[in-house]
Design a protein. Sequence first.
Length: 157
Amino acid sequence: MTKPNQVNGFIWLLLGALLCIGSVPLNLGGFHKPGPGFMPFLTGAILILLGLILMFSGSKEAKVGEGSPGKGFWGGKNWKNVLIPWLSLFGYLLLLEPLGFLPTSFLFLFLLFKLTKPRRWLEPFLFSVAAVAVMYFVFSVWLRIPFPKGILTFLMR
């Protein structure tokens, strides 16, 4: 077992336990008639389970690179794959209202598909169009959840 996995697992276990304890006063209800605290309690129980799995799962592959000098905890990471999603998510939040759901979601997904892993232009374009179309039909057409219309007011209901 690696030390970071034990610490991270313990943190998730602790957060799950706090979530379970905090949800009990909200009335758990029963399985067939759940109360307001049922979902937070279930989420906390899942976090506890995943924390335990993380704490007690030993991996030989994780131990191989532990002795590499000069890298430290943050060294050797591909920061492009960390910064691009965070910055594009911030841009998504800023552009969602003025541009609307369809163009903003397409741009966000296209950027993520294209920049996090080098691909040709057609593949990220098709994946983005397909993902946005599925999201639009599931949430807007089927579930009738209103999205920000933005510049495409004529297209969105």
